[in-house]
Design a protein around this ligand. Structure first.
Ligand code: V4E
Length: 209
C-alpha cells in the first residue's frame, strides 16, 4: 500500500520558525531551483496544474481537491515524462523540451528554495526560504507533513497537524504557495486569471521580505 502525504503550509512570520522547530531533530538542508511552465493564456495554472523542472526532473502536480474551500489541498504528483505527455496530450515524437515549446509552453517562474528539514515525532517539518530570478524579494513558508496508510486516516492526521501548530502558537491562516506569491507580485494578468478561476483565493496570505 502506498503511503499518503498529509500536509499543511503555514506563514513563517517572525518567531514562528523557532517555535515550530523547538525540540525537533535536524535532518538536512538542501537548495534547489525550480522552473515552472505554462502557456500564454495560463491554461495549466488556471486549472490548478503545475508543471516544473527541478534539477532536470519533470513533475506535474494535479489538484485532487474537488472542493476549493477545503482546508488542505491535495495534489497527485506525475513524475514520469511519458505520463506527463499523456496527461497534457503532448506528442511523443520529439524531445520533451521541444514538444513543450511547440505546444506554446515557456518558463514563467524560476525560484530557488533553501529547504531545511526537521523531524518531530511523526511530523516532518520543512522550512523553505525562497528567492526568485529577476526579483529582490524573498518568501518564507513552513510545511508540516505526516504520512498515513489510508484515506480514512487523512482527516485525523490533518487535525493532529493543526493541533500541533496551535500548541506552538502558530496562526492558522490560509497561506499562498511560493509560486502563487511570485505571480501575485510580478504577473498581474496571471494573478487576475487565477483569482477569476478560483485557483487562488483573495484571502490567502503571502507576505514577502
Ligand atoms: C501545488 C502548487 C504549486 C506547485 C509548487 O508546489 P509547492 O508545494 O508550493 O512547492 P514545493 O517546492 O513545496 O513542492 P515540493 O517540494 O513539496 O514538491 S504552485 C501552487 N500550488 C498550489 C498550492 C496551493 N493551492 N496552496 C498552497 C499553500 N501551496 C501551493
Amino acid at each position: 500500500m502506498q503511503d499518503i502525504e498529509v500536509e499543511k503550509k503555514f506563514v513563517l512570520s517572525e518567531g514562528v520558525e523557532n517555535r515550530l522547530i523547538e525540540g525537533a531533530e535536524l535532518i538536512n538542508t538542501k537548495t534547489f531551483m525550480d522552473s515552472y511552465y505554462d502557456t500564454d493564456n495560463f491554461s495549466l495554472t488556471i486549472n490548478d496544474l503545475w508543471l516544473r523542472n527541478r534539477a532536470g526532473a519533470w513533475e506535474l502536480k494535479v489538484s485532487l481537491s474537488q472542493n476549493k474551500d477545503k482546508f488542505a489541498d491535495r495534489y497527485e504528483e506525475i513524475k514520469e515524462e511519458k505520463h506527463i505527455r499523456e496527461f497534457l496530450k503532448l506528442s511523443s515524437k520529439s524531445e520533451f523540451n521541444n514538444v513543450l515549446v511547440q505546444a506554446g509552453f515557456s518558463v514563467f517562474c524560476e525560484c530557488t528554495t533553501t529547504r531545511t528539514k526537521y523531524r518531530n515525532g511523526l511530523f516532518l517539518i520543512d522550512i523553505d526560504h525562497v528567492t526568485y530570478s529577476g526579483t529582490d524579494y524573498t518568501y518564507s513558508v513552513a510545511e508540516i507533513e505526516r504520512m498515513v496508510k489510508s484515506e480514512s486516516d487523512i482527516e485525523g492526521a490533518l487535525q493532529e497537524i493543526i493541533d500541533f501548530a496551535k500548541s506552538r502558537g502558530i496562526d492558522l491562516v490560509s497561506v499562498l504557495g511560493k509560486v502563487h506569491v511570485y505571480i501575485k507580485n510580478t504577473r498581474p494578468d496571471h494573478y487576475k486569471a487565477l483569482i477569476e478561476s478560483g485557483t487562488i483565493k483573495s484571502d490567502q496570505i503571502g507576505e514577502t521580505d
